[in-house]
Design a binder for this molecule. Structure first.
Ligand SMILES: *Cc1c(COP(=O)(O)O)cnc(C)c1O
Length: 223
């Protein structure tokens, strides 16, 4: 188990350009296994449930230099806890939650790193901004001084072929560029959080700066 995970991490690191941050997605993965990934050099970990992350972080307090990334749909009543536990929130997916996060971040005196989750194609199974709505919401987002809006996050719909998947990732990069060209004072999207176990090589081809990998590192999750 331990060797397998360390080998996988080494292999995948080798495939990735140095500029791409490897986020190990550890939902359902126990703290002991997170330690194995840590020993192999991983310092970025992603979780999609606030309570599960709280439990594991408590068990891992002796590992001080971990950056925790929240990657799941965030409910308003979990927002405060999320800000206490995570330095990055990849999945800010509507203006209401963004506003709430900013309010809470101000109270807590934190400045979380944020990615805005976008839907490049319609997808009933995923949350996220549609492009026109995001463009409309930029002035408000720009006014949220405690959010560091630093990237876009996307998950392509299931069932696309490789060409279509690559196109989703390319469009995400182009959208970030378009927004950056508008020269907002408080929004600069230099991060592209895209690519999971099944599509990360395509995402990297399209310019991903963060890949979020679970299954390929830790094996299939219990369903
Ligand atoms: C679970 C999850 C991942 C990792 O998925 P794998 O296919 O196991 O690599 C990445 N991103 C998000 C948002 C997830 O929920």
């Amino acid at each position: 188990m331990s060797n397998y995970i360390q080998d996988r991490i080494t292999q995948i690191r080798f495939q990735l350009p140095d500029t791409v941050r490897l986020i190990a997605v550890t939902k359902t993965v126990p703290a002991e296994v997170i330690r194995i990934a840590y020993a192999a050099g991983i310092r970025d970990f992603g979780e999609n449930r606030v309570q599960e992350a709280a439990t594991k972080q408590a068990e891992l307090q002796d590992l001080p230099d971990i950056t925790w990334h929240f990657i799941g749909h965030l409910q308003s009543n979990k927002a405060k806890k999320a800000l206490e536990l995570f330095q990055w929130i990849h999945s800010v997916d509507n203006l209401t939650i963004a506003q709430r996060l900013n309010q809470l971040a101000t109270q807590l005196s934190v400045k979380p790193h944020v990615c805005l989750q976008v839907k490049i194609l319609p997808d009933p199974n995923k949350s996220g901004w549609h492009i026109p709505q995001l463009l409309e919401d930029l002035p408000s987002l720009n006014s949220y001084q405690n959010l560091q809006c630093q990237g876009l996050m996307t998950i392509p719909p299931l069932g696309l072929d490789e060409f279509q998947t690559l196109e989703v990732f390319n469009k995400t990069r182009q959208l970030a560029q378009e927004i950056n060209d508008q020269k907002w004072s408080n929004i600069y999207l230099e991060q592209l959080s895209m690519g999971m176990s099944g599509d990360y090589l395509l995402a990297v081809k399209a310019g991903a700066t963060m890949v979020r990998l679970g299954t390929i590192l830790f094996g299939a999750r219990p369903s």
